[in-house]
Design a protein around this ligand. Structure first.
Ligand SMILES: Nc1ncnc2c1ncn2[C@@H]1O[C@H](COP(=O)(O)OP(=O)(O)OP(=O)(O)O)[C@@H](O)[C@H]1O
Length: 230
């Protein structure tokens, strides 16, 4: 049951994820209600697996995951409508030949006039109007990630989960994507190796070896990560 208090709450209880007999996440319990959440930790520590639990791409082997009052195992269809996922590589996400068509795909099922109006507005908002009908494959890396993010934002998700969305980008494009994510009114979970970006969030979570080491004020969590790496 979704209530006012469940909106913006991400709650994992005793979550274990096993793949090929290997424990990827071990007994993770965490309760996150901040608007902007940074997820940090070493390669292979379980961050992507955590991110994928939030939209049901990964299901827990045991334990439960509740996202905005929705059980990620039971309420998959509702979850997919409310949670937008941004991948590291926009190529994995851009499905249509042109930016305008890709944005329109996100709104399939809505009346044509509404789709056209929202696509036009999104292209303008993200500075892609003059790229609307070019081959998406011809966009720059920065423009591709912008399009991938715009195609998620156009659906007005309640939660945006971004898995290392700036990793493949140069400084300017990384800053643009980071600024855009942090400016959203929706809740945002950003998995990142960029500790400055993590520090700009309202809350951070540190993963190590499949477990949550600490969750809280980003400065303290980043300091804990630095200690861990010594
Ligand atoms: N489907 C799978 N089958 C087997 N092992 C997996 C699977 N998915 C992830 N793993 C393993 O689980 C561990 C955690 O992976 P995960 O991608 O969650 O880490 P990460 O913290 O996001 O790492 P990175 O920073 O390198 O992206 C890794 O050792 C990975 O190889």
């Amino acid at each position: 049951m979704r209530s006012e208090t469940s909106i913006r709450r991400i709650a994992l209880e005793g979550v274990t994820v096993e793949r090929d007999g290997r424990r990827i996440l071990r007994d993770v319990s965490v309760d996150l209600t901040a608007r902007r959440i940074g997820v940090i930790g070493a390669n292979g520590s379980g961050k992507s697996t955590f991110a994928r639990l939030l939209n049901g791409l990964v299901t827990p082997t045991s334990g439960s995951v509740s996202v905005h009052g929705l059980d990620t195992r039971r309420d998959v269809a509702a979850l997919r409508r409310r949670v937008g996922f941004v991948f590291t590589d926009p190529q994995a996400q851009i499905l249509m030949p042109t930016p305008a068509e890709d944005l329109a795909l996100s709104l399939r099922g809505l009346p044509r006039t509404e789709v056209d109006a929202r696509v036009t507005a999104a292209l303008a908002e993200h500075g892609l109007t003059d790229r609307a009908d070019v081959a998406a494959s011809d966009l720059s890396g920065g423009q591709k990630q912008l399009l991938a993010l715009a195609s998620v934002l156009i659906t007005q998700p309640e939660l945006i989960v971004a898995d290392e969305p700036t990793t493949l980008l140069d400084l300017r494009n990384a800053a643009r994507i980071a600024d855009l994510l942090l400016a959203q009114t929706a809740q945002v979970v950003i998995v990142t190796h960029d500790l400055e970006l993590a520090t700009r969030c309202d809350q951070a979570v540190l993963f190590d070896d499949g477990a949550v080491v600490v969750a809280g004020e980003p400065g303290a969590v980043v300091a804990a990560y630095r200690d861990l790496c010594r």
